[in-house]
Design a protein around this ligand. Structure first.
Ligand SMILES: NC(=O)c1ccc[n+]([C@@H]2O[C@H](COP(=O)([O-])OP(=O)(O)OC[C@H]3O[C@@H](n4cnc5c(N)ncnc54)[C@H](OP(=O)(O)O)[C@@H]3O)[C@@H](O)[C@H]2O)c1
Length: 231
């Protein structure tokens, strides 16, 4: 299992779309783990309100806020938590600020109303398309697609799921796995960015399971790894 980094090695984390469910959940959990986070929003007022609420819940000023460009410039790790329809424009807005950084993309290309049916974009994967768009100077890592946001937001309970982590750069994947370990989840190397198609598709499978079994948050666990070196 990968160890969480010590205090001196905690990078600032910027979350574009950080006022949303996944964004606030991750900000809360990383803030709780001692990280400083900046949430980015299209609305300064909405971002200020969300960061004040998160800081109040955390009991410290761990969460700053700003516009997308301001927050993307502020951190070596940038996380994207916006709806699929806004994914491309959000990335385009900050693309020139991302060189040399890790972009963690949580996007699932759900196409309402049929969200329980797998519908991937023509290129196969929404996140792989972002890697292609940005080029190799930005290390795009796909993660969190199969973690229900309400579980991230519920600090009273651990999150009972593994996180599949896809990306072409193994070191970047490992960094993300450490960030996932820091919030108490198990990140698993799941191969190159092209494999994100499978994790994106799996979300619709989980939504379908939620509906059939009338549960709010089915998740995944990978078996067969006991004793393995996960790094
Ligand atoms: N919800 C889940 O359980 C879950 C789980 C895994 C992955 N995901 C994926 O994670 C991403 C975020 O999901 P979420 O549930 O956190 O979404 P959400 O609650 O709707 O929040 C997304 C945030 O994106 C920002 N945004 C930017 N452009 C937008 C636009 N055109 N329309 C609406 N919001 C826009 C909004 O922030 P501002 O208004 O402040 O700009 C909003 O707060 C999605 O791609 C989703 O597929 C979701």
């Amino acid at each position: 299992m990968s160890a969480a980094p010590d205090a001196a090695a905690r990078p600032r984390i910027a979350i574009l779309g950080g006022t949303g469910n996944v964004g606030r959940g991750l900000a809360l959990r990383w803030g709780h783990a001692g990280y400083d986070v900046t949430i980015g929003s299209r609305s300064n007022e909405k971002a200020a309100q969300a960061s004040a609420q998160l800081n109040s819940e955390l009991g410290r000023n761990a969460v700053g806020h700003g516009g997308y460009r301001e927050v993307a410039a502020s951190a070596p790790i940038v996380v994207l938590t916006v709806p699929y329809a806004a994914q491309r424009s959000a990335v385009e807005e900050v693309a020139d600020l991302l060189a040399g950084k890790i972009l963690i993309d949580t996007t699932v290309p759900l196409m309402p109303p049929k969200v329980a049916r797998v519908q991937l974009p023509s290129g196969g994967s929404a996140v792989a398309a972002v890697q292609e768009m940005l080029g190799s100077s930005v290390r795009v890592v796909s993660a969190f697609q199969n973690v229900p946001a309400h579980l991230l937001l519920d600090m009273a309970h651990d999150v009972d799921c593994d996180v599949l982590v896809c990306g072409d750069d193994v070191a970047a994947r490992e960094t993300v796995i450490q960030l996932i370990a820091a919030i108490g989840l198990r990140g698993i190397h799941a191969g190159p960015i092209a494999n994100s198609a499978a994790t994106e598709a799996l979300t619709s499978v989980l939504i379908s399971i939620n509906s059939r079994y009338k549960v709010p948050g089915a998740g995944i666990r990978i078996t067969g790894l006991s004793g393995a070196d996960h790094a």
